[in-house]
Design a protein. Structure first.
Length: 218
């Protein structure tokens, strides 16, 4: 996984906000204690365009690492988020929670700007019994990004899953490899034509057809 550093934070406030002062104090204290690397505070009365850019509708609005929160939060809650944002376990839990709750758009936005979080998404594929929202969310993410140039370094992780003990994982990996439209996928997909699972063999055939249709020599 990634080496995650001490997170940075952003805080949007308003002069009329009754809770902004409390949250500001807590975050400033966390910077002093080294729990946050930096804190950027923006007064929306002075820069209202920032709210539109970030889709913010209420303050205080807080971003710690990749976590986004609104409203009053205690310093303890903010510290917990900072700890999660600086660990592999926290990143994985965050992405899993967002997909479970159907907030796949948040994960898409995260990956759009921070490609290095893709391994966390892919690692969720290993659990063949994952909740349906997680499996669907992974599909949405791969349909969006698998053919992107920046995704290529993560293709070997999909290749690895074509050898997974669970046929559902192998079938999903096979399908997602076809979405990459990349020559790296061909050998692994062909290898699944002889899989013990009829479903996997069928997905492999369909995946090769998809790659042919995309112009690759299969």
């Amino acid at each position: 996984m990634n080496k995650i550093h001490t997170p940075e934070a952003m805080l949007l406030i308003s002069v009329k906000c009754p809770h902004c002062a409390s949250v500001t104090k807590s975050l400033c204290e966390m910077v002093k204690q080294g729990e946050l690397a930096s804190l950027k505070i923006i007064n929306l009365e002075k820069q209202p365009e920032v709210a539109d850019e970030l889709g913010v509708r209420s303050v205080p609005w807080i971003r710690i690492g990749w976590f986004e929160m609104e409203g009053l939060h205690s310093q303890k809650e903010l510290q917990q988020r900072a700890q999660q944002a600086s660990s592999d376990e926290g990143a994985l839990a965050y992405i899993s929670d967002e997909l479970t709750e159907g907030r796949v758009n948040k994960v898409l936005s995260l990956l759009e700007s921070q490609h290095e979080f893709m391994p966390y998404v892919l690692s969720l594929m290993e659990d063949a019994d994952a909740k349906i929202n997680i499996r669907l969310g992974i599909g949405v993410v791969l349909e969006e990004f698998a053919a992107s140039g920046w995704f290529e370094p993560y293709i070997p992780q999909l290749v690895e899953y074509t050898r997974h003990k669970d046929e559902r994982v192998r079938a999903d990996a096979c399908h997602y490899l076809s979405l990459t439209v990349n020559n790296q996928a061909i050998t692994s997909i062909k290898g699944l034509l002889n899989d013990v699972s009829e479903e996997v063999r069928e997905v492999a055939k369909e995946s090769l057809d998809e790659l042919r249709g995309a112009g690759l020599e299969v």
